[in-house]
Design a protein. Structure first.
Length: 276
């Protein structure tokens, strides 16, 4: 079981920011990455729709023998983590929450900005995190509609990217934020552009490294750490494989030969994934 792969999924390429940290921190582990690009982005979809997609994806990852699952999407984590853990109580399932707690510890101005999607902000996970950690710190929530799409399209720099980022950053800066939390796994791919625009005086937090470290701790506790350093990394997408392979090479420098998956209807009318 320890040699089984870790499953990581997202609506698109954003979760690759988590994939690269898992591969870096856990170099002996095999990883299966699944991008549901047929439905990207999740951030504008209903909670019921997102939950349905996530449960079907987790079913597929379990069928492929994954020993643990990382929901590498803040939106999916916000609305589907509890149902996933209920469906698979025996399986370690990790999600992402905006790094509000470390941001509260870092801020000097007492104002923290959070960049995320509408679904993340509306989810119980985010609300619980803010309620538990924010204390007297003001949290400025910035909905960033369209930013994940820019990352999917490979627009990580240039005038259009800068203009989009400025539109999202300015309200947080005007409120006095000196610490910004990236609440979507797509956003770390524009973190250098964000840092350039806000200057060196602001902290910009990516939660992916902490998630990778925590995953290692969970696997160790359960006796699931891989015993030999012979990892195999596989990629799957419900979108265009050629475009996805180019994105993987561009974003994380991996040589990718992704396999296609398609959405189909199961015998009871439920959505499920199957190879093409």
């Amino acid at each position: 079981m320890s040699q089984a792969p870790i499953g990581i999924f997202d609506s698109g390429v954003g979760g690759l920011s988590v994939w690269r940290q898992v591969v870096h921190h856990l170099p002996g582990e095999s990883v299966l990455y699944l991008a549901d690009q047929a439905h990207v982005p999740y951030g504008n979809r209903s909670a019921a729709e997102i939950q349905g997609h996530c449960l079907a994806i987790a079913d597929h990852l379990v069928q492929r023998g994954c020993k643990a699952i990382v929901v590498a999407c803040n939106t999916a984590s916000a609305v589907a983590l509890a149902p996933l853990r209920q469906r698979f109580p025996q399986l370690p399932i990790l999600g992402l929450e905006p790094a509000v707690k470390p941001a509260v510890g870092l801020t000097r101005s007492g104002v923290v900005g959070v960049m995320a999607t509408p679904a993340t902000f509306q989810g119980e996970l985010y609300r619980a995190t803010v309620g538990r950690c924010a204390g007297s710190v003001q949290v400025v929530e910035q909905v960033c509609i369209g930013l994940a799409d820019l990352v999917e399209q490979g627009q990580l720099e240039g005038p259009h990217c800068d203009a989009t980022l400025r539109r999202f950053l300015e309200p947080m800066l005007a409120a006095g934020a000196d610490t910004i939390v990236l609440g979507c796994t797509h956003y770390p791919f524009v973190i250098e552009a964000i840092r350039r625009l806000v200057g060196p005086g602001l902290a910009v937090l990516d939660p992916a490294p902490a998630v990778a470290r925590h995953l290692g701790e969970v696997l160790e506790q359960r006796g699931l750490r891989a015993a030999a350093a012979s990892p195999q990394h596989r990629f799957f997408t419900t979108g265009d494989t050629a475009a996805f392979d180019r994105a993987v090479a561009r974003l994380v420098g991996a040589d990718c030969r992704s396999q296609p998956l398609r959405w189909a209807e199961g015998p009871n009318g439920e959505a499920r994934l199957s190879p093409i």
